[in-house]
Ligand binder design. Structure first.
Ligand SMILES: *Cc1c(COP(=O)(O)O)cnc(C)c1O
Length: 351
């Protein structure tokens, strides 16, 4: 039932990818005069005069072994945002095709659709941010080219139910993209463990959250090798810089620090989730499998938002998002930051 080639845009199926100098010659030569690089060196303190590996082999080898996948099931991009854009461009003909989102969810899916002149079908989550049976039916009946399932979802923080996701994976004709930016904070196995079962599954993860490398810009997509090959075909040849590749390798070799930060953030989340409900202005703290909490305030969340800003504390105002009236999204910070946030909220006087 799922046929990748029929899902891919005809112009992309037909096109020949750019063949870079580093595609045609790999390895160390005595004299490298093929890529119009500067053999003399680099301005600035570090040497970056050579183009990076367009296939990021070293990073992929380290990641593949960490994640238990094969390197040909792995795509690396300039943030997950690059993978999001490439997935839209791979499948959706501008002005003709559409994609599915389940609001409230991450804003970049909609931006990528708008940027590429691709239609958006909205299938809202329920009031407690679940995928209803009717939503599943609507998705299965749709002819959209891809559906975005953000789990744990941003801005709501919850995991989507695996049973509903599995129904979608089995019955939807297009690509099913599971965005797991927050998977490291979740009490559930990653969908990367089920790649072999679903030829239409793409899992997105990122170095921006639990790895603490948002400034680096490195995102991952996991999928069957034929999907990954298509993403590689259409990506900019040198989309992940040499600095990023070197730094990612160093980070992957520092797993204890990753684990320590992950635990500390989970402790901070539990600390806040335990104390916030006692505040009179807090109406509800939504359960979270991410490094943030969505909190409903009353009587006026935006007034709380502005009060916090005034105290130099920036949180995310989500009051205008569908189903999120009265909510602010609070990222878990250091223990000190969490205490400052809680103390400020305690002192808040409505009106
Ligand atoms: C933060 C986030 C990302 C990360 O994007 P990058 O481009 O990798 O920084 C992706 N998806 C969701 C849902 C996010 O919240």
């Amino acid at each position: 039932m799922f046929n990748l080639d029929s899902l891919v845009r005809p112009n992309i199926r037909a096109m020949k990818p750019y063949s870079s100098a580093r595609d045609e010659f790999q390895g160390e030569a005595r004299v490298m005069l093929d890529a119009n690089e500067n053999s003399l060196g680099s301005a600035g303190p570090d040497s970056f005069n050579r183009y990076p590996d367009p296939h990021q082999r070293a990073v992929k080898a380290a990641l593949a072994s960490l994640k238990g996948v094969s390197p040909d099931q792995l795509f690396l991009g300039n943030g997950s945002d690059e993978a999001i854009d490439l997935l839209v461009r791979l499948t959706c003909v501008p002005g003709q095709d559409s994609l599915l989102i389940l609001p409230p969810t991450y804003g970049m899916y909609e931006v990528a659709a708008n940027l590429n002149d691709v239609g958006i079908e909205r299938v809202p989550l329920t009031a407690d941010f679940k995928v209803s049976p009717q939503a599943v039916a609507q998705i299965l009946a749709s002819s959209a080219k891809l559906v975005w399932l953000c789990s744990p979802n941003n801005p709501t923080g919850n995991l989507l139910h695996a049973a509903a996701m599995e129904q979608i994976l089995r019955g939807f004709r297009g690509l099913v993209v599971v965005d797991e930016a927050y998977a490291d904070f979740a009490a559930a196995p990653s969908w990367t463990t089920r790649l072999a079962e679903f030829p239409n599954l793409v899992v997105l993860q990122t170095f921006s959250k639990a790895w603490g490398l948002a400034g680096l810009r490195l995102g991952m997509a996991f999928a069957a090798p034929d999907i990954i090959a298509y993403l590689n075909k259409i990506k900019p040849p040198y989309n992940v810089s040499e600095a990023t590749q070197q730094h990612a390798l160093a980070a992957l070799a520092d797993a204890p620090r990753f684990e320590q930060m992950r635990r500390e953030l989970l402790t901070g989340r539990a600390w806040l989730a335990e104390r916030l409900p006692a505040l009179p202005i807090v109406e509800h703290v939504f359960p979270s499998d991410a490094n943030f909490l969505l909190v409903r305030f009353h009587p006026d969340a935006t007034a709380v938002y502005e009060y916090l800003l005034d105290k130099g504390i920036v949180v995310r105002n989500r009051t205008t998002q569908p189903g999120c009236a009265g909510t602010l999204r609070l990222t878990v910070g250091t223990a000190t930051e969490n205490e400052l946030l809680l103390a400020a909220l305690r002192e808040y006087q409505p009106g």
